[in-house]
Write a protein that binds this ligand. Structure first.
Ligand code: FAQ
Length: 316
């Protein structure tokens, strides 16, 4: 087969919606794009454990603590599925961690904001996990098999995460005046950064057009953002909370909500490392990596011993 016919075969699989598997031929740029997106996604999951991990010891009841702990552990699991999916493309996990720790790799802007009150646990679950699901459900049909399959399980768990966040917001918004104020304050702080999670506007997104052609992305950044706004505004009504956007208005003609202008300077500033918590998040990840070295070394030594014992047994 010539490179040309490999390319034709690949294009045909994409057109027929047949997933691309690790051993299939794929264009270099398709591989690179997947490694970039899947690894950024994996980093987001494990850095994303930090803002909520911050509240595990301060959860207001044993039930809330158990639920939050389970949710944060799920995010670690999501990171692991995603790192494994990235490894099937020929990159090592050590390389990916190194890119995260040296600041070369991106992770979602949203995790560089602080979680100031318990209500933030509600807002993060409701809005951040809500935005994550909106983006990830279409990724269950992404063209790369291992990524699509990882997303199926991730989405089931994200759905529980979103509901637990919404339930915290519902409890607070039906509580005392102070609790309602806390819920509204958390909503005010997390709304705009959640809209930024979907990435820059399509017109300024360098990767969207090609990723849509390769069926890596099934919907564009703006399409997903609009779907999120339409769904979440209705949920805010159920909570009795006010969307912090004076320009928000139902547009009969479009059949969607119009919303205000997103502060893209803030977004790029956070992406470039200058958000409120970027430095703290990276330091925490690096410290966890360094302090976990003895665990990795012990696991390797144990594996070596088992291998040696097995070899002796087989030789006998
Ligand atoms: N933050 O051309 P595009 C979660 C970068 S998981 C930082 O539009 P693309 C679960 C982008 O990488 C959240 N950087 O790029 C959870 C690119 O930079 P590069 C993560 C961003 O890839 C919940 C440049 O801007 N989810 O929350 C962001 O086509 C609670 C140009 O952008 C995923 O990763 C951003 N928000 O579209 C965990 C989903 N947006 O690489 C814990 C999978 C864009 O050229 C607690 N990823 N950039 O240097 C995707 O769907 C896509 O990669 C997008 C970006 C939509 C994020």
């Amino acid at each position: 087969m010539t490179v040309h016919s490999f390319q034709e075969h690949f294009d045909d699989l994409i057109d027929r919606e047949v997933t691309i598997e690790p051993k299939d031929w794929m264009p270099d740029d398709y591989r690179k794009t997947l490694i970039r997106q899947i690894s950024q996604h994996a980093h987001s999951e494990i850095v994303g454990m930090l803002p909520e991990g911050n509240w595990i010891t301060r959860a207001p009841s044993l039930r809330r603590k158990a639920v939050l702990l389970a949710k944060v552990q799920d995010e670690a699991g999501h990171g692991l599925y995603l790192y494994s999916a990235a490894e099937t493309l020929g990159v090592t996990r050590d390389t990916l961690y190194d890119q995260l720790h040296t600041g070369k790799a991106k992770y979602s802007s949203i995790f560089n904001y602080p979680t100031l009150t318990w209500a933030d646990m509600g807002a993060v679950g409701w809005l951040v996990d809500g935005a994550a699901i909106m983006n990830q459900v279409p990724l269950c049909r992404t063209s790369y098999g291992p990524y699509a399959r990882a997303m199926v399980r991730v989405c089931k768990e994200e759905s529980f995460h979103q509901r637990q966040g919404f339930e915290i917001m519902l409890t607070l918004s039906k509580g005392t005046e102070i609790q309602k104020k806390l819920a509204q304050d958390a909503f005010n702080r997390w709304w705009w950064p959640s809209l930024m999670m979907f990435g820059p506007p399509d017109a300024e997104s360098p990767h969207t057009a090609q990723s849509v052609r390769w069926r890596i992305k099934r919907l564009t950044n703006d399409e997903l953002r609009q779907k999120f706004v339409d769904v979440t505004v209705e949920q805010a009504k159920v909570l009795g909370l006010t969307v912090p956007d004076k320009d928000l208005k139902w547009n009969e003609e479009r059949g969607h909500f119009d919303f205000g202008v997103i502060n893209w300077d803030e977004f790029w500033n956070v992406v470039k490392g200058n958000g409120p918590c970027n430095k703290q998040r990276l330091e925490t990840r690096k410290k966890a990596w360094e302090e976990g070295k003895w665990v990795r070394d012990a696991a390797m030594a144990h594996a070596e011993k088992r291998k040696a014992r097995k070899a002796v047994k087989e030789a006998a």
